[in-house]
Design a protein around this ligand. Sequence first.
Ligand SMILES: *Cc1c(COP(=O)(O)O)cnc(C)c1O
Length: 370
Amino acid sequence: MLLFTPGPTPVPQNVRNAMSDETMHHRTPEFEAIFEKTRTHLFKLFGMDEVVMLSSSGTGAMEAAVTNLCHNTLLNVNSGKFGERFGKIALANGLKNVEIKNEWDTPVDVADVLKAIEANADIDAIAVQVSESAGGLAHPVEELAKAVKALNPNIMIIADGITAVGVRKIDTTHIDALIAGSQKALMLPPGLAILGLSAAALEKIGEGRGYYFNLATEIKSQRKNTTAWTAATTLIIGLLEILETIEREGGIEKLYSDTAVRAKAVNSSLQAIGLHIYPKTPAPSMTTVDDADASAIRNILKDEFDVNVAGGQDHLKGKIFRINQMGLISNYEMAWVVNSVELALAKLGRRTYDGTANKIFNEITFGLEK
Ligand SMILES: *Cc1c(COP(=O)(O)O)cnc(C)c1O
């Protein structure tokens, strides 16, 4: 079965092999050497002043960013389940919360954010997804961050890049915290989250807040190539292996451009067979199609063509399907996925099969468009 859900994503064989060795003790020079190399790669990937690895799923890093960088009121952008989560985290931690809510296909309007800030002087942090995975939506994060900082440089910008770090280049000039998670674009099993932090963020963190997720405690240890609590050694070994693999395969810039081309090829091939791309501003991390037959298409893909794609949640359950674009993906696998979608439409009696999806995918992927 081909795993094409936008998280978890498949773990490459060499990475699984690297993680299959005997358990290494985390307080040893051997592990510290691995940790140091991994940190060096992460500094390059994030392009920020500090990086921290946390043993948690992505939500743990969302909570750590909110509790350490917001001390009063969090403004969260809610165009989907993950944006909504930031507001819930703020309230659960006794912070105040203002939300800008839109339909899941609609990116936040920067003007709305600026208006909300002007109306509420208590807002000291903003949380937004770079890629809102609920509907495969891209928010204009860099533009938003720049505009907010021009208005008030003390407001912390928390960007959830769990389906964006490793997918496309993110300009972190005005971002204070950028979050990544292991099981999405980083092609690892779940359980590791990573935060990139700005110098301004480090200043605001000060002595830190909370206990397990006190970032000051964690940063102090990680600068010495160790962790405050037991490190997720196996996942960090896997992380180093995948970051080295990306480099061996041509580097991160190549991964970004391959992903962009593949996402365009898939979106165009599915539109060419009459399907509709759901988000108004699609993120390159996944292809999201809204369709009355979304559930039937997913079932046919799984049962007849061995392709596992994701559905929707909440009010989009049964109304969309999402195809992963994150990670090192073979063209021959993706060609099979778009071909299978076309076959599924034929089986549903919606169109006569003629290989259009596969043709468009290959033309764009291999630069054969006229
Ligand atoms: C998956 C995801 C999360 C949550 O991560 P967990 O690892 O499930 O805690 C947060 N934000 C986005 C955008 C995601 O895609």
